[in-house]
Design a protein around this ligand. Structure first.
Ligand code: GLP
Length: 230
């Protein structure tokens, strides 16, 4: 695990941006897994800024998203699909055909999860961006998620429902799906993430803190600010 301590959120976002841009320059057809929530917004803003300055080309990049509420309409402003187009996809030259998102409107969540998992098998993720929930969830793999879990429909925990206020269920990549990524960049800022981050850095692997499963990953970069590191 490589721990990068940053002084604040702006430095966290800049650091994530520079790592990913270098990777895209190294491999223009990079497959990137994106996360949602507040934490990655500064990172996405940085990617857009570099793109507008002609500093990067997304035309061969492929993307996957970690999760999506279920059921939810793509047009719903609270959907992660809406979030990604608003904060990133509409502002860079990624091809629509290279964007892979969960279908939150599917009538068959089981089939949708199998479709998504098979897509990821065919296009292995080079870099997975992660945030972390206050309760230590990654994606929507909530406390109690198993190491062998793959893409599936899940019930959200009460704490997540209280914070996210959107849906009771979600479609999410599983722990095993996430860990197959060649590289993982986990972003954490703010004291509310301190307990989760300490379970990752100091604690043992514990399914009550799904983020701790990342400890075993051979290529994990944690970018965290002082308040998240305690
Ligand atoms: C959501 C998402 C996670 C995200 C987490 C933290 O539940 N499913 O992918 O990492 O919450 O979000 P935030 O960055 O807003 O704290």
């Amino acid at each position: 695990m490589k721990l990068i301590k940053v002084k604040d959120y702006s430095e966290l976002s800049k650091k994530a941006c520079s790592i990913v841009l270098k990777e895209i320059q190294r491999k223009p057809n990079l497959v990137i897994g994106f996360a949602t929530g507040k934490t990655p917004l500064g990172f996405y803003g940085g990617l857009v800024e570099r793109y507008k300055k002609g500093g990067i080309d997304f035309s061969r990049v492929k993307s996957f998203n970690l999760d999506e509420y279920y059921p939810i309409k793509k047009s719903n402003k609270k959907s992660f699909c809406y979030y990604m187009f608003k904060n990133l996809f509409d502002k860079i030259n990624i091809k629509r055909g290279n964007i892979n998102l969960f279908d939150g409107e599917t009538k068959s969540p089981k089939k949708e999860c199998m479709r998504y998992e098979a897509l990821i098998r065919r296009n292995p993720i080079d870099i997975q961006i992660l945030g972390v929930g206050v309760n230590g969830h990654i994606g929507f793999d909530e406390p109690g998620s198993l190491k062998e879990s793959t893409t599936r429909l899940v019930e959200l925990s009460n704490s997540t429902k209280k914070i996210n206020k959107t849906s009771k269920k979600a479609l999410t990549m599983g722990i095993k799906t996430i860990i197959k990524s060649k590289k993982i960049i986990l972003l954490a800022d703010g004291k509310e993430k301190r307990e989760a981050i300490s379970h990752l850095i100091k604690g043992n692997v514990d399914k009550k803190w799904p983020v701790s499963f990342l400890k075993k990953h051979r290529n994990l970069i944690v970018i965290a600010d002082k308040s998240a590191l305690g």
